[in-house]
Design a protein around this ligand. Structure first.
Ligand code: 5GP
Length: 216
């Protein structure tokens, strides 16, 4: 008789989640996203589509899909976006791609999107969405970090400070809020949130057969 192989708790099927990180620019979100993506194979970046020009060091298809206005219009018309919004005078959107299908197979996605995109994703798919807002320790520190980038002109920095205040006003719409005083600590907290959310009963779709077997 073939030996009966028990289901192991380590390989239970799980539904993926949509993990949203938002913050005003300069609060450290990009670094935290990068660290998460480098260290955690189960989470992939949802690469957004944008009409803004490429910055030095950016790659098409890696940081964003860079398109012109006509192409963005076409994608809106064809209902290719989960959500899209105007940010800093350009348009940004989350392409649907294969997200829904991949979630079913346990793939998590990281979304680096603003509060407008977060609201829209919540409306579309509340069950799978987990949102984290990252706050800078102070406004002075935020300005210092934006100036330190030296990529943007003074007017752009002023505009971003203005936007930052507007973005921060949406903090209470998020599931979690983390203050980025120390980058490593902030990253550790974000990772703990992700790990705990993966263990939510409702995401562990393999529990039903596992418990059935436990109970004989
Ligand atoms: P940046 O131009 O600095 O890369 O991004 C500017 C802002 O656009 C950031 O706050 C970022 O979170 C937001 N953003 C990037 N991609 C998307 C997207 O697909 N949808 C929405 N709603 N916002 C996005």
């Amino acid at each position: 008789m073939a030996e009966h192989k028990a289901l192991s708790h380590t390989d239970l099927a799980r539904r993926g989640l949509m993990f949203i990180l938002s913050s005003p620019s300069g609060a450290g979100k990009t670094t935290i996203s990068r660290k998460l993506l480098e260290t955690d194979e189960a989470i992939k970046l949802s690469v957004s589509v944008t009409t803004r020009p490429m910055r030095p060091g950016e790659k098409d298809g890696v940081h964003y899909f860079f398109v012109d206005d006509a192409e963005f219009d076409r994608m809106v018309e064809e209902d290719d976006f989960y959500e899209w919004a105007h940010v800093f005078g350009h348009r940004y959107g989350t392409p649907k791609g294969r997200i829904r299908d991949a979630l079913k197979h346990g793939q998590d996605f990281l979304f680096d999107i603003d509060w407008q995109g977060t609201q829209q994703l919540y409306q579309k798919d509340q069950q799978d969405t987990v949102s984290v807002f990252i706050l800078p320790p102070s406004i002075a520190e935020l300005r210092r970090r934006l100036e330190g980038r030296a990529q943007d002109s003074a007017e752009v920095i002023d505009a971003r400070m203005e936007r930052a205040r507007a973005e921060i006003s949406h903090w209470a719409e998020y599931d979690y809020v983390v203050i980025n005083d120390d980058l490593d600590e902030c990253y550790a907290k974000v990772r703990e949130i992700l790990h705990a959310e993966r263990m939510k009963r409702t995401r562990q779709t393999g529990l039903i057969p596992f418990v059935r077997e436990l109970m004989g």
